[in-house]
Design a protein around this ligand. Structure first.
Ligand code: G4P
Length: 526
């Protein structure tokens, strides 16, 4: 328990949302509160507006220069907050899923006009798999959105989580008057275009007070009284334990662009959000942050897009003990010792070399090709962290090498890009066909571009009509028979696991029925 004070002051989380719901804006407001930036507009949106590769490359190039946007560390009221950035574009969803393995909680932003959107559902599924605690921020209350009760209903149903409002809005759109804080019973008044200040906050300890009618008008006051009575009747008190277990999500209403309702959420966040949590491993026991020996895992690898420098930055989440500069650590997969003389942190949005880091922290490590996503570093022990599955891709394409003279370069490029987690590579079992699986088409363009720019390999992709990849396990003999019969559809993933590519849902269901002794898994961890 040597580092208990350091551990207890840390909170590591991510903001997730469907693109355009307001993640970038909210991030920026948080950084303003943390004093990490001084002016609005300082956080670059990582949005890909036109969906073009050139945009992506441009963004990546900018980020390559300032990798600091991947992790933003700031202090707020003595809490050290590590905010991990997630790409907004759906084609890079896998990157987001992996980042979610490195956080202890998330804030989910929902646009009050659009409600639950496609990307929100998928992100939440990943959070549900890990029981990650979630706080919901319903944004854009300055616009005419859905009725708050309808929104709560929709979120509960669509995202399969119970909600618990901690603030409540008075109207929305042009009539938006502010939010009532159900926890400390005060009213925060909204003025469009103005930052909320202490003066905008009116304590209303008893909703029957006539001050409420004076402040927001009689009709609004009565509506709020009715709403609050209903909410208190239905929801009662929030049990922080239910939040920490991922069963109940506290809800805040506000407007990120107006910096309204944000501070209430941030104050609650630092009060209730989890400090660094234990992590599952390949051995029976979990690794606790308070364990004395250092351990951590790589959840993201950021390539340097300058072709003259093939070095990369691997992002390590510290899980236990103390990480120290220049100390030797055990790279479990490669079974060798590694040392880092210039590990980064991302304090105040500046990359700076650090001497040590504690559980919950994210450290950037220079990598010359030693790391794959999911790699574990320890102080000599032989275990690895689990809980970082690959999911079935949605689009499959076969790699066609356009320049046989560059076969070696292509192999190397594909291997390295797969290590980085840019895409999943499937190699034909007992053969040479290579199939790349991605979540979105944009990723293929990025791969094609990078293979050429960084490795000099020129490729085409031929679309394949596969519906899903399933990892298969089961009785050895049965699996062998299956593989023989279905040769054209059986591949190996990057770790040599067998994967069945199904042409359609019908085919998959048929194979499952015909092969009751084989298990078909939708993720690579089972
Ligand atoms: P994202 O990272 O989730 O993709 O969303 P982002 O913060 O970039 O916000 C998307 C758009 O929504 C931005 O407008 C932003 O200004 C706007 N926005 C964010 N919060 C609010 C809010 O509380 N109320 C209203 N009305 N709008 C909000 P944009 O026009 O796309 O970009 P910009 O030119 O304003 O930057």
């Amino acid at each position: 328990m040597k580092y208990i004070n350091e551990i207890n002051r840390r909170k590591t989380f991510a903001i997730i949302s469907h693109p355009d719901a307001g993640k970038t804006t909210l991030t920026e407001k948080f950084l303003l509160f943390g004093g990490a930036i001084q002016v609005a507009g300082a956080v670059k949106s990582n949005k890909i507006k036109k969906g073009a590769t050139s945009d992506f490359m441009e963004i990546e190039r900018q980020r390559g220069i300032s990798v600091a946007t991947s992790v933003m560390t700031f202090e707020y009221k003595d809490t050290l907050i590590n905010l991990l950035d997630t790409p907004g574009h759906k084609d890079f969803a896998e990157d987001t899923y992996r980042t979610l393995t490195a956080v202890d909680s998330v804030i989910l932003v929902i646009d009050s006009v659009n409600g639950v959107e496609e990307q929100t559902k998928r992100l939440m599924e990943v959070c549900r798999m890990r029981d990650t605690p979630v706080i919901v921020f319903i944004n854009k209350m300055d616009r005419d959105g859905k009725f708050p009760f309808d929104l709560l209903d929709e979120i509960e149903k669509e995202l399969n989580i119970s909600l618990h409002p901690l603030t409540w809005p008075i109207n929305s759109g042009k009539e938006f008057k502010g939010v009532y804080n159900l926890y400390d019973k005060s009213l925060n008044l909204f003025t469009a275009g103005q930052k909320s200040t202490e003066e905008n906050s009116v304590p209303i300890h008893d909703l029957a007070e006539s001050l409420l009618d004076k402040t927001v008008g009689e009709r609004n006051a009565n509506q709020l009284r009715e709403d609050v009575e209903l909410i208190e009747g239905v929801y009662g008190e929030l049990d922080p334990e239910d939040y920490l277990q991922g069963i109940v999500a506290p809800v805040f209403f506000g407007s990120a662009v107006n910096n309204f309702g944000v501070k209430e959420m941030l104050d609650t966040f630092i009060r209730i959000a989890p400090t660094p949590e234990p992590r599952h491993t390949s051995i029976e026991t979990d690794i606790k942050p308070t364990d004395d020996k250092f351990s951590g895992f790589i959840f993201k690898i950021h390539a340097n897009l300058d072709p003259r420098h093939r070095d990369r930055i691997a992002f390590l989440r510290v899980c236990s003990g103390k990480f120290e500069r220049n100390k030797s650590y055990h790279h479990v997969r490669l079974d060798k010792d590694v040392r880092f003389n210039a590990p980064y942190s991302f304090m105040a949005r500046q990359k700076e070399v650090i001497d040590d880091a504690f559980p919950g922290d994210v450290v950037g490590l220079f990598d010359t090709g030693n790391f794959k996503i999911g790699d574990t570093l320890t102080e000599g022990e032989n275990f690895f962290f689990t809980g970082m599955p690959s999911f079935s891709p949605e689009i499959f394409k076969e790699v066609v090498n356009k320049d046989p003279m560059k076969t070696k370069q292509l192999e190397k490029g594909l291997r390295q890009l797969t290590d980085e987690g840019v895409a999943q590579l499937f190699t034909q079992h007992g053969g040479n066909r290579k199939i790349i699986g991605c979540v979105g088409d944009l990723q293929f363009e990025v791969i094609q571009y990078r293979l050429l720019q960084e490795y000099g390999a020129s490729v085409n992709f031929v679309p394949l009509a596969f519906y899903k990849a399933c990892w298969i396990t089961g009785d050895k003999k049965k699996v062998e028979d299956f593989v023989r019969f279905k040769q054209a559809n059986v591949m190996e993933d990057k770790d040599g696991n067998l994967v069945y590519l199904a042409q359609s849902e019908w085919f998959l269901n048929t194979e499952r029925q015909n092969n009751p002794d084989i298990q078909f898994h939708f993720t690579s961890e089972f």
